[in-house]
Ligand binder design. Structure first.
Ligand code: ZN
Length: 190
């Protein structure tokens, strides 16, 4: 085997961050946590320096805010839970708390990685366009609309419970990102 053919590498797809100089470090960090059974969260600055980091259990992690994290990139993983069903590796999109904190601390971007996917919500140039509290009430209404719709489809066998688990948060985020003109993306990255 010659040298070039022995150096074949499988490159996974990269979902760019809000800051070109930060992407390499953020993505390397995300690759190191995406398959963990516990949650780790971190905030990066424009240049990809890590400002804060902490790990918790499978349900979440908290981190004391000791430095200025405004305009940072907040990222973390959503572990696959045993009850997540047959599409569990795809995982779930953002929770209301993820977005609430991104708005409250005026983050440039919030990201979440699962075993196979990366989700990103980027703040537009005009800002988040909503207060954290207003967002929370909009989320609660949207959550009710999407949940009712999916349960209705389940009743008529147009979807399955396993599918609902991995689509519900994604649908809510899609609708809210449209409402507030946020840049939302989901990519299969692993
Ligand atoms: Zn989260």
């Amino acid at each position: 085997m010659n040298k070039s053919s022995s150096r074949i590498q499988v490159q996974s797809k990269v979902l760019e961050t809000a800051y070109p100089n930060a992407t390499k470090n953020v993505v390397a960090f995300e690759e190191s946590i995406r398959k963990n059974s516990f949650e780790t969260i971190a905030v990066f600055d424009k240049e990809g320096n890590i400002l804060l980091q902490n790990s918790g259990n499978e349900k979440g992690a908290a981190v004391p805010i000791t430095v200025n994290i405004e305009n940072g990139i907040f990222t973390h993983n959503h572990p696959t839970l045993p009850e997540d069903g047959r599409y569990g590796r795809i995982g779930t999109s953002f929770s209301d708390i993820d977005i609430y904190h991104a708005i409250k601390f005026n983050q440039a971007e919030v990201r979440v990685v699962t075993e196979t996917s990366t989700f990103s919500m980027k703040r537009p140039n005009s800002g988040w366009n909503v207060s954290a509290n207003e967002f929370q009430s909009a989320y609660n209404s949207e959550n009710k609309i999407v949940t009712d719709d999916l349960l209705n489809r389940l009743r008529y066998k147009k979807t399955t419970y396993d599918k609902i688990i991995v689509t519900i948060d994604h649908k809510i985020m899609k609708n809210l990102s449209k409402k507030y003109v946020w840049e939302y993306s989901k990519m299969k990255t692993s």
